[in-house]
Design a protein around this ligand. Structure first.
Ligand code: ADP
Ligand code: AMP
Ligand code: ZN
Length: 216
């Protein structure tokens, strides 16, 4: 199964992706997670990406697209994939269409999780992530068993630098200007599913699985 999850920052893409990939046994490909891992590993690309991420801007397309191309060359992507946070502008979407043609692959679903801005701000400001494994929590909506500690590996929970208020406003602007048009791009191609992201984590998961079940 090949799926793209669209939605603004804080919509719940990463949270839902984790549930979906366990169910469908496909890799979760988050360009944001890949950039953060490359930075943690002290790579040049990671350092360049971090400059854009910390300013709330998109990482340039040439860097991002090559990362996606490389990731899809890994053996596990033969089973399919779930993209979270890619494509993030219309040029990336068009580039990715070309790649799909080259690979003779077809997408099974493009899913857009929509959530109003005031809810996004509440979700992003309360988001905490594990410093070591990246697992995502929320101070009220998805609490860990022990405050400040990751359930998975005992890592320390921290706030992402780009989740600070000033950067969040910039990211929402970038989303509206550059990423939202991607919805129209896929609508014109005829296939996109809209999911109400204000529901609970479980309800959103059920709604997405229902749609995917009907498609396959
Ligand atoms: P995205 O990957 O789209 O940026 P996340 O999955 O990181 O979003 O979710 C943003 C924050 O909102 C996290 O703190 C997460 O725990 C919380 N969250 C995700 N989905 C929901 C939901 N349906 N209801 C309430 N909180 C949610
Ligand atoms: P995310 O983890 O999806 O919230 O992404 C965090 C940040 O990584 C974004 O604000 C961008 O700076 C960068 N990023 C992630 N995915 C992309 C992408 N497809 N294109 C450009 N920049 C991206
Ligand atoms: Zn962890």
């Amino acid at each position: 199964m090949r799926i793209i999850l669209l939605g603004p920052p804080g919509a719940g893409k990463g949270t839902e992706a984790e549930l979906l990939v366990k169910h469908y046994h496909i890799p979760h490909i988050s360009t944001g997670n890949i950039f953060r891992a490359l930075y943690k590993d002290n790579t040049t690309v990671g350092k360049i990406a971090k400059e854009y991420i910390d300013r709330g801007q998109l990482v340039p397309d040439d860097i991002t697209n090559e990362i996606v191309r490389n990731r899809l060359n890994h053996a596990d992507a033969k089973k399919g994939f779930l993209f979270d946070g890619y494509p993030r502008n219309v040029d990336q979407a068009a580039w990715f269409d070309e790649l799909l043609i080259q690979k003779e692959w077809k997408l099974d679903a493009v899913i857009n999780i929509y959530v109003p801005d005031e809810v996004l701000i509440e979700r992003i400001s309360g988001r905490r992530v594990c410093e070591s494994c990246g697992a995502v929590y929320h101070v009220t909506n998805k609490k860990p068993n022990v405050e400040g500690i990751c359930d998975v590996d005992g890592g320390k929970l921290i706030q992402r630098a780009d989740d600070m208020e000033e950067t969040v406003q910039r990211r929402l602007r970038v989303y509206n200007e550059q990423t939202e048009p991607v919805i129209g791009y896929y609508q014109n191609k005829g296939a996109i599913v809209m999911i109400d992201g204000t529901q609970s984590i479980k309800e959103v998961d059920t709604a997405i699985k229902k749609v995917l079940g009907e498609m396959n």
